[in-house]
Design a protein around this ligand. Sequence first.
Ligand SMILES: [Zn+2]
Ligand SMILES: [Zn+2]
Length: 300
Amino acid sequence: MDDGGYVMAGFSLLLMVPAMILALMILSIDDSSVERSADRSLSESMTGALWDIRDSIPVITREVLNGTAQEAINGTLPPDLDARARVRAGVQGRIDRLCAVHRNMNLSCRVNSVEGATDDPFCIEVNSTVDIRAGKIHHTENISVRVPVEDLPDPLPFRVLGRLQHNETSIEYGRSLMDHLSSGNREAYDGASGPFLIRRCPYEPYTIHGSSGVLYTCLLNGYYHESHDGSCYLCRLEGKTSCPHLGLETFIIPSGNFEEAPVSVDHVLFTTAYAGELHNVSGFIIYLDGAHRKKYGVIQ
Ligand SMILES: [Zn+2]
Ligand SMILES: [Zn+2]
């Protein structure tokens, strides 16, 4: 090789160095963009998992509540039931199975509490903490969801009186409610009937029940009302006829016609019944005391 050859080889070597640096740079850029798009798809699937949990909690909770109510109806619940703990454990078990389905990440959801909503007795509040880890990403989020109890069976009559005949919408009390009552014209409740499903009364404020036709429609549909004296849904599962929470009350329709008989409101009949006066509501006979007349705007 002559001198010119050495110069050319040295020159091309010098040219190769920046070319290699450039190639390395491009490679590393490529690497980080691959990483970025992997991160993006991972974070997208994490968001999807989060939504999956958030959307499933109400569905799962309603199924667990309904299953527990069915057990109340069948008489298979323990007398000293802790409804909050039982429903929480039931929801937790189902959520754990759901989390296990998301195999590409480490997903867990702890159900912290199941409580009645403090401002709405027709809703149960479920509080949980979701924890997701995948790759370098770690995300924790508290989720609070409200689950309506509307159209679920009312477990209380079954918890208080045992087995009762019912169809899809109403309970036939037979002699059981009359036998449960200890005084007054309890015969008025021989063959009484009441609602089977929790349905929110749409007639608010409640005082408009005194208007023509409203109380009749309410009784016909077996609607439930907010009440400080009646028990909440979770306490109904426990068989408690009253509780410190914001609760529910409904009317139970007697069959007998007396001037006076125990007040036709469920928590009154299930606890210490007291007498009310007869009201004929377009053919429905019910008994009301002063406080309930006032609440529902019914004029004597
Ligand atoms: Zn009503
Ligand atoms: Zn309660």
